[in-house]
Design a protein around this ligand. Sequence first.
Ligand SMILES: Nc1ncnc2c1ncn2[C@@H]1O[C@H](COP(=O)(O)OP(=O)(O)OP(=O)(O)O)[C@@H](O)[C@H]1O
Length: 278
Amino acid sequence: MTAPTKELRSSRTDGHEPAVRLDAVSKVYGRDLLALDRVTLTAGRGEFVCLLGASGCGKSTLLNLVAGLDHATAGEIDTKGGRIAMMFQEPALFPWLTVSANIELALRVTGKGKSTTKKERRARAAELLEIVHLGGFGAKRPHELSGGMRQRVALARALAQEADVLLMDEPFGALDAMTRDLLHDELERIWRERELTVLFVTHNVREAVRLGDRVVLLSSRPGTVIQEFPITLDRPRRTDSGEVAGLAATITDRLRQEVLRHAKPARRPVATGARGDG
Ligand SMILES: Nc1ncnc2c1ncn2[C@@H]1O[C@H](COP(=O)(O)OP(=O)(O)OP(=O)(O)O)[C@@H](O)[C@H]1O
């Protein structure tokens, strides 16, 4: 098991040039709701970083800022000019379009796809569907697919954007444990093959240990980095392995302390073993 570090700042530089760098980033909503407080965090190119924290600690806010969907109140965010794609818990596909057309649309508006023909985009969409193990499903409509299949389409659509950085906001939170396991394997394969930098938000501690090179723990509001856990377990990992469970228990304890430190109970319990960790 890897011992947690005492680092309050989260950065990894060991041979990786940074792909995403947040320097003392704060976010205030409205007049005085401090959602993030001087968050400093670096993700190396090709690194898989998982963000964990109690509900409302600002994880989604952080991803939104990195994606450029919102502006930081203070501090600096540098994504090194890399292309960024985002994936959410809901796949958010256009229901009236086929699976293929959903991906073709992403191809049409991003990257090299802008200058391609419809035929080329269709062929590329088919390739992307193969990558997420949905070859042959291009003509289906989203409602004809299972939740896990729809998330695969969302992943293919994110890949269509030729992203260097993939921001994932609880992408598998709504899926059953078995489907989630399969998607972990697929995401890990794609992450490696494409050398993606991933920032992955989850409430599920085991999922974070299963996937991450590093787990970054955020405090309850205002969100700030309180501890990071480098995960050096060999890959591929299994969510139900003793090593993953052991490290997840250590992180869960730390997370519990943080939640208890706050007077108000978290709105949503941290997954420790039942739904989320299976
Ligand atoms: N657009 C907004 N306007 C005002 N307040 C907001 C906005 N977005 C988020 N907040 C507040 O900022 C804080 C952080 O929210 P955020 O959604 O980033 O947390 P989170 O860690 O992702 O939560 P969860 O784990 O429940 O998804 C919360 O108190 C939330 O109510």
